[in-house]
Ligand binder design. Structure first.
Ligand SMILES: Nc1ncnc2c1ncn2[C@@H]1O[C@H](COP(=O)(O)OP(=O)(O)OP(=O)(O)O)[C@@H](O)[C@H]1O
Length: 286
């Protein structure tokens, strides 16, 4: 990984975090609009994230978080506006994708494919131009699994791992590329506590190494204290960009157990639970 000087952030008054100028913009979104049919999903997003920041993207269900990260990684096409990644504009062939790690919103990682954890992680070393594994790949896979606390499960079939462990394997699959920027869409929704704690430890180490992290969350949970900045969306608009909210209710406390809309147990329920931290404007004020 390229050693990058982490952005130094400091509280800059109510609702703002000042990022020291000079740090390289890693993600640079300008006046971004996304439509899907008649739906106007993102409505003019401006967002600059600099090298070394650990940013939480918060917001109620349907506020546009996933659509924004999909636009960042190029799987959703904007109707208007620009996206820059590591200094290159999306839509050009200059984007250094090998420096980008992406963990999409959780999908069943086991499926019907009898892959081991190591095989899934190794697939993160392949890309559109290279369909063979690079020299030393076994060590890189082992290190990436160790990074998420699963060094001893390399040869386990995905199907025998818990949902949280499967999610950690997918995070390792993104980390094995040794990315400079990591984008994760709800990596801890519905996962067990050991996996949440392992993820927090990973984010802490990535922050120490200067990796830029953008993570979609329903609440800060274990990441409170690690996130340097929070961006809150509502109805496709940024309504807060600055200091992370402090949990005011036990809902946000690390010891509070509750279910998320993506939990297996709640997946079939018609009504989605809204996160009070994200949904209540009072709660986003620091
Ligand atoms: N392809 C699509 N076609 C039509 N509407 C869409 C499409 N994708 C997303 N939407 C709608 O856009 C809105 C934002 O969706 P998005 O998944 O980005 O929200 P989110 O904040 O990530 O929600 P959640 O927290 O539930 O994952 C929702 O109302 C969703 O139904």
């Amino acid at each position: 990984m390229r050693v990058t000087e982490p952005a130094r952030t400091r509280p800059g008054g109510i609702g703002t975090v000042v990022t020291e100028p000079g740090a390289e913009p890693v993600i640079d979104v300008g006046r971004l609009h996304v439509h899907a049919g008649a739906s106007h999903i993102l409505r003019g997003i401006d967002l600059t994230i600099r090298a070394g920041e650990t940013v939480a993207l918060l917001g109620a269900n349907g506020s546009g978080k996933s659509t924004l990260v999909k636009a960042l990684v190029g799987t959703v096409t904007p109707s208007q506006g620009t996206v820059g990644l590591l200094g290159a504009r999306l839509g050009t062939d200059r984007v250094p994708w090998e420096r980008v790690g992406y963990v999409p919103q959780r999908v069943g990682a086991g499926g019907g494919v009898p892959s081991t954890a190591a095989e899934v992680v190794a697939s993160g070393l392949l890309n559109g131009r290279r369909w063979w594994l690079p020299r030393g790949w076994r060590g890189r896979v082992r290190d990436a699994l160790g990074e998420v606390g699963l060094a001893d499960r390399a040869d386990s079939a995905m199907q025998v791992l818990s949902g949280g462990q499967q999610q950690r394997v997918l995070i390792a699959r993104a980390l094995v590329r040794d990315p400079d920027v990591l984008v994760l869409d709800e990596p801890v929704a519905g996962v067990d506590r050991p996996s949440q704690e392992a993820f927090a430890a990973t984010v802490r180490r990535l922050g120490e190494r200067g990796v830029t992290v953008l993570v979609v969350l329903h609440e800060l949970g274990e990441l409170a204290g690690l996130v340097t900045r929070a961006v809150v969306l509502r109805h496709g608009v940024v309504v807060h960009d600055g200091e992370p909210p402090r949990p005011r209710t036990e809902h946000g406390a690390a010891t509070h157990h509750h279910q998320h809309p993506h939990d297996d147990a709640t997946r079939r329920r018609p009504a989605l639970t809204q996160n009070p931290v994200a949904a209540d404007p009072e709660e986003v004020a620091p």
